[in-house]
Design a protein around this ligand. Structure first.
Ligand code: FPP
Length: 244
């Protein structure tokens, strides 16, 4: 009998390594981001196929504004092109798009592109696809706290959680970072409290369905304890190590 695959409900990804992928080929960095869009398309499709219900990706961080102007404008342009090209297919695949991040300093054109993609896919429910754009984990905690304060609400873990930008989905089960670095880089600081972390040296443009399967298989071998003991978890789930 083959063991049943444990599929994470929510996968989050720091898609790192586009720049290095391009530089190694003597291409401009934006060419790496373009290739990154191809990898992302395949990843979204594979997540839907294997039963992942929520995918959250880090597409543009609050700190990415500090990159060369040419790269920033290239990423904005890429987003606009990718949305107009990809939304019909995502729509057909039952993907619901949410943009997560600070929209206040985005151009009108980018802002309306985000709103249109969200509206066009609002009726879908096969896979929730959160694209973190102009996002930072600290920004999210601060905006959530500021919102509660402005409304005169008490700050508790529960009220903050409800005010966070990802309150429409449960916390990520598996957080993947490609590109060989082992840090969180201001991604999902609040929501990743109990996520399983998975790091791979693969650069994002090389991260394919097989690489995602490998990460999911690794996740399936982890024991999630949420602060409890191994014995408690085994008693509750029937999985994992039994008490001696
Ligand atoms: C990190 O690679 C990646 C980004 C900053 C952008 C990620 C964006 C995509 C995959 C494309 C999808 C996004 C849009 C806008 C549709 P890096 O440039 O930091 O790589 P490096 O560490 O090798 O320099």
């Amino acid at each position: 009998m083959t063991a049943k695959r444990v599929v994470p409900h929510h996968v989050a990804i720091v898609m790192d390594g586009n720049g290095r992928w391009a530089t190694r080929r003597y291409l401009p960095r934006v060419a790496g981001h373009k290739k990154g869009v191809d990898a992302l398309r395949a990843c979204v499709r594979h997540c839907g196929d294997i039963g992942v219900k929520v995918l959250t990706v880090f597409a543009f961080s609050s700190e990415n504004w500090n990159r060369p102007a040419e790269e920033v404008s290239g990423l904005m342009e890429l987003l606009a092109v990718a949305l107009s090209r990809e939304v019909p297919q995502l729509q057909a695949e039952g993907v619901r798009i949410h943009f997560v991040g600070d929209r206040s300093n985005l151009s009108d054109k980018v802002r309306s592109g985000l709103a249109q993609a969200e509206a066009a896919t609002a009726g879908n429910n096969r896979l929730v696809f959160n694209i973190c754009f102009n996002y930072g984990g600290r920004w999210d905690v601060a905006q959530a706290a500021a919102g509660l304060a402005a409304r005169g609400e008490t700050i508790t873990e529960q009220s903050l959680d409800r005010a966070m930008a990802l309150s429409h989905v449960p916390d990520p089960d598996l957080l993947i970072r490609t590109g060989g670095e082992m840090r969180i880089s201001n991604f999902l600081l609040w929501q990743a409290a109990y996520s399983e972390l998975y790091f791979t040296d693969k650069l994002w443009p090389e991260f394919d369905a097989a690489a995602l399967d490998k990460a999911v298989a690794d996740y399936g071998r982890r024991e999630r304890r949420f602060g409890k003991t191994s014995e408690q978890v085994a008693a509750e789930t029937g999985r994992g190590r039994k008490a001696a």
